[in-house]
Structure formats: C-alpha cells, structure tokens
Ligand binder design. Sequence first.
Ligand SMILES: Nc1ncnc2c1ncn2[C@@H]1O[C@H](COP(=O)(O)OP(=O)(O)OP(=O)(O)O)[C@@H](O)[C@H]1O
Ligand SMILES: CC(C)(CO)[C@@H](O)C(=O)[O-]
Ligand code: BAL
Length: 287
Amino acid sequence: MIKLFRKIDEFKEYRRSLGQTSIGLVPTMGNLHSGHLSLIEESSKYNEVTIVTIFVNPLQFGPNEDFDKYPRTLEQDLQSIDSLSIEKDILVLAPESASEIYPNGFSTTISISGLTEKLCGSSRPGHFDGVTTVVYQLFNITKPSIAYFGQKDFQQQLIIKKMVRDLELPLQIQTMPIIRDESGLAKSSRNQYLSDSQRTEALELSKKISTIRELLQESSFIDSQISINSILEETLRDERWDYLEVLDSNNLQSISPTTNEAVILGALKVGETRLIDNQVVKIIYAR
Ligand SMILES: Nc1ncnc2c1ncn2[C@@H]1O[C@H](COP(=O)(O)OP(=O)(O)OP(=O)(O)O)[C@@H](O)[C@H]1O
Ligand SMILES: CC(C)(CO)[C@@H](O)C(=O)[O-]
Ligand code: BAL
C-alpha cells in the first residue's frame, strides 16, 4: 500500500502509530528514476515499512543553481513507486511547502567540517550544510532504523555517515551502487536537461573515470601515478571539468601508502548542466 502525506503533522501522527517496527528511509528530491527505485526496492526487501521523502530542499541550492527549474513530478513519481508492485507499506512524504520542514523561525544549521570543503563543497558553497540540515531534519521526523543513499553522490553519503557517527544518531546508513543507463551514463534527474548531443558529450565523464580505474587496476599505484597525473592535468585544462580527482575512499584525503581503496570522482559541466559520477577501486601498491 502506498500512502501519501503532504503535511508533517499528519505524517508524525501516523509515524507514532507504527511504534518500533523496522523502517527504511529513502530521501530524494523526486523525479524518480531507476537509481531511486533501486533504493526503494532494497529498503522494502529488509524493512516492514519504507518511507520515501520527496522534497526539493531550497537550502542546498546556490543562488544561481536550478532550484526553480528542478523537475517536480509527484504524480509520475507515485506511479513509478506503484509500478514496483511492492507488497509492504510505502509511505511517501512529499511536504506541500518548505515551511513544513523549516517552520517559521527555524534557524538551525547542521554543518560538518572536514569532508565538506572539497569537490562539490568547493564548487557549491553551503551545499552540504543544506544537505546535512535537511537530512537531520528528515531523520528526526521519520525516525528510521536505516536510511539508503546512492553511491552516485559519493561525498554526500560519506558526510551523512560522519554526521551519524558524530551525533550518535540511532540509525544505520546503507550506500547503494550507481545505476547507469546502457551507455554508462549514471542515472540522474538532471540528465533530462540534456539534448541528444549533450547526452553523448556527458559520456566523457564516465569514460574518463573508467580510464583512470583501468590504469589503477592494471598496474601498481606507484606505476600508474605518472600517467594518471598527466590525465588529470590535461583534463582539468578543459574548463567544462569542475573536478577530477583520485582520493582515499574512506576520508577523501590524498592517497597514501595506507590507502586500500580509492575513489575517482568527477564533475563535468555539459552546457548548463553539471553532472557528477565516481568509481571505487581497490589499490594495488606493488606487484
Ligand atoms: N544513478 C543512481 N544510482 C543509485 N542511486 C542514485 C542514483 N541517482 C541518484 N541516486 C540516489 O538517490 C538519492 C536521491 O537523489 P536525488 O533525488 O538527488 O537524485 P539525482 O538523480 O541524483 O538528482 P540530481 O540530478 O539532482 O543529482 C540520493 O541518495 C542519490 O545518491
Ligand atoms: C539527500 C537529499 C535528498 C537531501 O535533500 C539530496 O541531497 C539528494 O537527493 O541526494
Ligand atoms: N543528489 C544531489 C542533490 C543536489 O544536487 O542538490
């Protein structure tokens, strides 16, 4: 059964009636695609009740970003969830206005330091404060046992895990693999801004990341370092690239001899659309 809530107070009352049952949370900004649906399916496999939140959070958008044009497609989203034919309960919380989440006078910011300054944090100042503030608020409202996030937003899921550890929040965080289309493009709501030729151009992102992954897999990190550095340097001369980096997947620090897993992260602007992607790879230090 799918049950839609547009008012937080009504949702909270229903949530109280559920008591201690296992609850999985899937926070989204809507315009659901197969990436989101994979999180919903995973949650409903392991939990009695799944809560999907659909909220385009104004706090995480910068002044010149796409908050106004971000696709809002609630009817279609409900149909997509329905088409999964999940037998367990799915609660969809889609607040009718931002004041449901941030009532008049709300003036708190949750701000995590350390992981938030680089990559998307550096090109989108304040973005992660907006994300952690809304996610904390959503955790508080929904009180899940576990929450599901996509690896596509790699930096985001690390930051959320850090928040949960630091504040000792009583829930688990599960990160789910990136769902891609047949061409290798990571599914993203923003893909729909792309023209056909831009979709082709967007493939540079996953291809470049794959090239670096292959280099890391083929040789030891020491051996591959020179070729990787020259790819990074050459790529970043092209202004469409916001970033392309190889970092320790645990803490987003530079790779060191104790790193056992790396993540290659990239952000590419295709026309007006900024897309992100990443791949995780085990590091080989010597052969
Ligand atoms: N391709 C994907 N595979 C797996 N999870 C995904 C994918 N795309 C998004 N998610 C996850 O779904 C959750 C909600 O993401 P969101 O609603 O921002 O979708 P999105 O498609 O990433 O949108 P955007 O285009 O704004 O980046 C996040 O945890 C995100 O990481
Ligand atoms: C986690 C999230 C739903 C918070 O608004 C958003 O950042 C997203 O969709 O990844
Ligand atoms: N999935 C990340 C949300 C954002 O780009 O604002």
